[in-house]
Design a protein around this ligand. Structure first.
Ligand SMILES: *Cc1c(COP(=O)(O)O)cnc(C)c1O
Length: 383
């Protein structure tokens, strides 16, 4: 059998290795100058005067962004069931409740037309998720939020770099946008995340809450004019700061983000060009002129496919190719199902897509040969 082709791999080059070595030699292992530089570089990348706050995961970032937006016990937060559990679990961290709204039948993104009917007097926020790196309909989400006085925290774990109507995600009128640098994401620091916002109150609160509720971060503590031992605790904060080791990876990965996106987009176009005649539905495209980050390439088996989705994944594995499923919708997961008494058919579009979806390997470390091997295997099973 051929070597196993994993579902995802990070793309770490000599630049990243050198940057990490530089940190190791400097002695700054935790949050320091590299974390600060990564924040500055990230803010400049997104543009439009945003601030960036580095954290140790997107989950942490979503948590403190919601906290900073004022989400409290018993509040309701509208989001999609078609996401990773992190999107909704952070709402529970605050003793608030996620309220799920079904996705559109084609984009995998939250259906704005269904958001308004889920709004109650307790609704405080919306968390749109830009699934696979395709932007949600931000005009409609923001308009609904403004009409009802709701906060918006974007889960942009898949969306670097993604544009909507020509503008990068991160620059819209939401309260915060949160990115993930988990090892499989479009840029990787192993574990890591970034909160981006133009709202000063949100950025200040996030900076405090990511490090124990201390009024200044470690870097400031050791470089400002105040006595180095002095700090004030203003809240029971968290331990969510990003290390300089992770930031070193981030600094160099960010420089490659555009090139990575270009390559992912080429690979997706190649897949599209060779799967068109199979019993599948190809992934949705970004509108003309917009950028899809292509974190994931999600193929849907049509009802005419000769095998089930589960069997398809088994057969791919037998051919030495890793596939995955994004996502098992939250409303059929035991915790969410039982806590909120949810039925599979409550979100028929999410259920329908989940039963047919398979994520194929899509990462910049794949060679032309790897791509062809995936194509051959898929065609062999479905052709
Ligand atoms: C990966 C992911 C997260 C969590 O990111 P971490 O950095 O691992 O905490 C959140 N939301 C979505 C949609 C994700 O795919």
């Amino acid at each position: 059998m051929n070597d196993f082709l994993p579902f995802a791999l990070p793309d770490i080059g000599e630049e990243e290795i050198a940057e990490v070595m530089d940190s190791l030699r400097s002695g700054w292992l935790t949050t320091g100058p590299k974390a600060k530089r990564f924040e500055q570089d990230f803010a400049a990348f997104v543009g439009d005067g945003v601030e960036a706050i580095a954290v140790n995961s997107a989950t942490a970032g979503l948590h403190i962004a919601l906290e900073a937006a004022g989400i409290k016990e018993s509040d309701e937060v509208i989001t999609t069931p078609y996401t990773f559990t992190a999107t909704a679990e952070v709402v529970r961290y605050l003793n608030a409740h996620p309220v799920f709204v079904d996705i559109e039948p084609d984009t995998f993104n939250i259906d704005p037309a269904k958001i308004e009917s889920a709004i109650t007097s307790r609704t405080k926020a919306i968390i749109p998720v830009h699934f696979a790196g395709l932007a949600c309909d931000m005009d409609r989400v923001i308009k609904i939020a403004q009409k009802h006085g709701l906060k918006v925290v974007e889960d942009a774990a898949h969306a670097l770099p993604t544009t909507y109507k020509g503008k990068l995600i991160g620059t819209f009128d939401s309260d915060a946008t949160v990115y993930s640098f988990y090892v499989t994401k479009t840029i990787a620091t192993g574990e890591g995340g970034m909160v981006v916002t133009r709202n000063k109150k949100v950025s200040e609160r996030c900076r405090v809450m990511r490090l124990h509720g201390i009024d200044r971060d470690v870097f400031n503590r050791y470089s400002s004019k105040k006595p180095s031992w002095h700090y004030e605790i203003i809240a029971p904060g968290f331990k969510y700061n990003m290390t300089d080791i992770a930031a070193s990876l981030g600094i160099q990965q960010l420089k490659k983000a555009r090139a990575f996106q270009k390559r992912r987009s080429e690979m997706s176009a190649y897949y599209d060009s060779v799967f068109g005649d199979l019993p599948v539905v190809l992934p949705p495209k970004a509108p003309e002129g917009d950028i899809h980050a292509w974190h994931l390439y999600v193929l849907r088996l049509s009802d005419k496919a000769p095998v089930s989705r589960d069997r398809f994944i088994e057969m791919m594995a037998e051919k030495g190719i890793g596939c995955s499923v994004h996502f098992i919708p939250l409303h059929i997961q035991p915790y969410w199902r039982d806590t909120y008494n949810l039925k599979p058919q409550d979100f028929p579009n999410a259920l329908h897509l989940f039963e047919r979806a398979v994520s194929l390997p899509l990462y910049t470390k794949m060679s032309e040969k790897d791509l062809k091997r995936v194509v051959e295997a898929v065609r062999n099973i479905l052709g």
